[in-house]
Design a protein around this ligand. Structure first.
Ligand code: ATP
Ligand code: ZN
Length: 293
């Protein structure tokens, strides 16, 4: 076991190869961390921060973080919950979104949760599955733990039904299965070890968290610019749910101004229509790379 002193780099566990890999790297690069060739090595040093990435199977991440082999990990909430790992969840991240669901053959006798009583269920998530049935007072299901390809278990007559991770439901459908109930909602989580960390590492983690927050706010915001008669400015100020007061600049045309501000993306269309009605024209929207509020 390595010593957790300030001379060691902040070690972050990420999935080596799978659904979370590229999105996690994109997020880390998006907050300013630079890596060389992360696909070719298991331990990758960051070029501009005292950080290194350990690339491993996602199933191993909670335990590596729990044991302090890694200080942080990016992994699905489903994996963290199934492992019941002793780690701190720092925050959820909006990728790797899926749900763990119970599914059964389309034309079989299982239509609702109570129908699972006495049935055999194949799953890679025995802990979450058992918990789900226990909470509903169903204690006579048999859980068959498989490490993969769970969706073919009913056809092979290994089990009557399954639990599996679902995002669109396409895989279930292709295997003649229907979703009966949701067991668990999942997204990627940033987890931290509960082992002691040096002050240097704590500072670095705080910095990363702030940058992730800024990155998320930027992704959910747009910079908008418009031209308007100066007399419309009070009305425009009322319409824009601006974070701070908008920038108002005079234009060469007498009585006209340019208004610049930042708005949440989900308000864009409503705001734009109202701005037009208030007299604004030439409304332009731009993406924002990053922002610190
Ligand atoms: P590994 O080789 O690392 O064990 P894996 O096959 O277990 O890989 P992936 O299929 O790459 O893992 O899934 C990784 C994570 O992506 C899941 O644990 C889950 O959090 C998330 N995920 C998002 N959508 C889905 C989906 N539709 N099916 C499976 N996982 C999904
Ligand atoms: Zn896995």
């Amino acid at each position: 076991m390595r010593t957790l002193d300030s001379n060691t780099s902040l070690r972050i566990a990420i999935q080596k190869s799978g659904r979370l890999t590229d999105k996690t790297i994109t997020l880390l690069e998006g907050i300013g961390l630079k890596f060389d060739d992360y696909k070719r090595s298991l331990l990758v040093k960051c070029r501009n921060f005292d950080v290194e990435l350990l690339l491993i199977r996602d199933d191993d991440i909670p335990e590596y973080v729990q044991d302090g082999v890694c200080d942080l990990g990016f992994v699905g909430a489903n994996t963290v919950a199934e492992d019941e790992a002793d780690v701190t969840i720092l925050r959820g991240l909006d990728y790797g979104v899926c749900r763990l669901s119970l599914a059964a053959p389309k034309n079989g006798g299982i239509k609702k949760v109570e129908d699972f009583s006495g049935k055999k269920i194949a799953t890679s998530y025995p802990v979450l599955t058992r918990k789900f049935f226990e909470e509903r007072g169903i204690s006579d299901t048999t859980i068959v733990t498989l490490s993969g390809s769970v969706e073919i278990a009913p056809r092979l007559e290994i089990a009557d039904a399954i639990t599996d991770l679902v995002s669109t439901g396409g895989t279930l459908k292709a295997n003649g299965l229907v979703e009966i109930a949701k067991i668990f909602d999942s997204e990627t989580q940033l987890i931290q070890t509960n082992k002691p960390l040096s002050d240097g590492k704590k500072q670095l983690i705080n910095k990363m968290l702030q940058r992730i927050e800024g990155h998320k706010t930027a992704a959910e915001s747009r910079y908008i610019m418009m031209n308007a008669p100066e007399t419309s400015v009070p009305e425009i100020k009322k319409i824009i749910p601006s974070m701070k007061s908008p920038t108002v600049m005079p234009l060469a045309d007498n009585g006209m101004v340019a208004v610049h501000t930042v708005i949440p993306i989900d308000t864009f269309w409503d705001v734009m229509e109202q701005l037009k009605e208030a007299g604004a024209s030439d409304i332009v929207m731009l993406p924002i790379e990053s922002m610190i509020v």
